[in-house]
Design a protein around this ligand. Structure first.
Ligand code: KG4
Ligand code: ZN
Length: 329
């Protein structure tokens, strides 16, 4: 039984995972609402909120799983990458819990955690596969080997996909986080009304670029008055979202093709996007490959995915982890 903790950004998370990291018994996520009024995550506010809430979140993860601390065999925690102050709260808590019980501690990379969410969604999944991670801080494609090593195939040259959605939503006067806000606004929109650039669309590589898309929205908005923007909002949101979805699905399928991957995995907060999920499902059927996209609650930050990545990560035996540090990158 693995007790997992994740505090790399603005979600305070704890979970209990068993069966070699392939089944979550509980998955508690406390999303910090303090940041909404700033339109983005404020690192120091995030650290303090983690500090106040983590104990309660860990207790709830244990009680939801109906597991006592005596039954826990190891503690897993996100050590990188993320906001350094936020990470440190989780690392310190994990060290304390593990040390008090003389348990091993497993440092987990947040990005490997996002990919491991796929093992919870489909416990029969085994590498090799190609994985797309699209979150607020990262957008990258990896070839995952039989031994779970992640080899970078391509990544964004500027903004992350989630960041592009967050910034676009802000320009459109929608809320934070921007991904879900744009999706809601886009519901009755016409996806063909406006043309937005799909970055590096015809380049024969596996990289992404979202800065041109953002600039394009800015220029379109400059040409419109307030009333027009309100009237056109569903269409602008739908076309902007469609450009992000096309960029992601195009490069993921290109990677699957180039690497002859039997399966593809999509992970990270943006993988919660309904339009992306629908598009990939259609394309997957055409290409005849296996697609694993975790349910939305396992795509956005959570600790169950950190527990799922623990069996593939290197555990540090008691008490050698007291000097363990967090890293922002
Ligand atoms: O993985 P995540 O929860 O945190 C990071 O590690 O960054 O990803 C957060 C990002 C935000 O940019 C948010 O706007 C986006 O994921 N996101 C979505 C959806 N839910 C969250 N984007 C599109 N559609 C969604 N339903
Ligand atoms: Zn994340």
């Amino acid at each position: 039984m693995i007790l997992a903790i994740e505090t790399s950004c603005d979600d305070t998370c704890a979970a209990v995972v068993e069966a070699e990291g392939r089944r979550a018994l509980s998955n508690v996520v406390h999303t910090q609402t303090e940041h909404a009024r700033y339109g983005g995550v404020v690192p120091e506010v995030a650290s303090r909120a983690h500090l106040e809430r983590l104990d309660g979140v860990v207790e709830k993860a244990l009680s939801d799983a109906e597991v006592s601390l005596d039954e826990v065999g190891s503690v897993a925690v996100t050590t990188r990458p993320g906001l350094i102050g936020a990470l440190l709260v989780g690392v310190a808590a994990a060290k304390g819990l593990a040390y008090a019980r003389k348990l091993p501690l497993v440092p987990v990379n947040h990005l490997e955690g996002h990919v491991a969410a796929a093992y919870l969604a489909d416990p029969t999944l085994e590498p090799p596969f190609v994985a797309l991670i699209a979150s607020g801080g990262h957008t990258a494609l990896y070839a995952v080997d039989e031994d779970h090593a992640m080899n970078l195939l391509g990544e964004t040259l500027d903004d992350a996909a989630g960041e592009a959605l967050d910034k676009g939503a802000r320009m459109l006067g929608l809320g934070f986080p921007g991904g879900p806000a744009i999706s809601r606004a886009a519901l009755d929109g016409d996806r063909d009304r406006y043309e937005f650039p799909v970055g590096l669309k015809d380049r024969n590589n596996l990289d992404f670029s979202f800065s041109g898309l953002k600039t394009s929205l800015l220029y379109k908005l400059k040409e419109m008055d307030r009333e027009q923007v309100i009237e056109e909002l569903p269409h602008l949101a739908a076309c902007y979202e469609a450009a992000v979805v096309e960029a992601l699905s195009r490069k993921l399928l290109r990677a699957a093709d180039l690497y002859d991957a039997p399966a593809v995995v999509v992970a990270g907060g943006v993988a919660a996007n309904a339009s992306l999920r629908g598009t990939l499902e259609e394309e997957r059927a055409k290409a005849g490959i296996r697609l694993v996209v975790p349910p939305p609650e396992l795509c956005t930050d959570n600790a169950a995915m950190i527990g799922a990545a623990a069996p593939q990560s290197i555990a540090i035996p008691y008490p050698e982890y007291l000097g363990l540090n967090a890293r922002s990158v």
